[in-house]
Design a protein around this ligand. Structure first.
Ligand code: MN
Length: 166
């Protein structure tokens, strides 16, 4: 029975990168192919990965990524994330990305999904205070973002959340 349970959980987690793979042609994009539970070459400890990538695509945005269950949960934020309290940013949840993506910087070629330049805007680790379907509270230890941040569902938009310092 325990084996069966493990297989089921693994199957479910694997499915979560399907959309990531489906959207990309790895013979054309330099983005990492990656896998669920993938590793980073220079990962210093067991702390969970936090990264924001500035993505100069058709619309400039900032991709917030937080490690959970062997993948990077991801949100696209149309404006620069804020370092002070009192400003809420819209954050649209996007497909899960592989762990390896946290180190990615480069140019996604014209014609490919997300075409444009990706650079790391901020990076570090985080601790979870609360992780629910409607509300996520984390303590971010980045260079730019530091402290307690909330993501709360914002149903006015499909896959909408609000991201703010709390
Ligand atoms: Mn993006």
């Amino acid at each position: 029975m325990p084996l069966k349970k493990t297989v089921l959980i693994t199957g479910l987690i694997k499915m979560s990168l399907d959309e990531y793979f489906r959207k990309r042609d790895f013979s054309k994009t330099p983005e990492p192919c990656g896998k669920v539970g993938g590793e980073l070459p220079h990962r210093s400890d067991e702390k969970k990965i936090y990264v924001v990538q500035k993505h100069d695509a058709s619309h400039l945005h900032y991709d917030l990524r937080l490690e959970k269950d062997g993948v990077l949960k991801s949100w696209a934020i149309p404006k620069e994330p804020v370092t002070v309290k009192g400003v809420k940013r819209l954050a649209i949840q996007t497909e899960d990305h592989p762990i390896e993506y946290a180190n990615f910087e480069g140019v996604i070629p014209e014609g490919e999904y997300g075409a444009g330049t990706v650079e790391i805007w901020d990076k570090g680790t985080f601790d979870v205070e609360e992780w629910g379907d409607e509300k996520i509270v984390v303590h971010i230890h980045g260079e730019k973002l530091k402290g307690r941040y909330c993501l709360v569902r914002f149903k006015k938009y499909e896959n909408g959340w609000l991201f703010f310092k709390a």
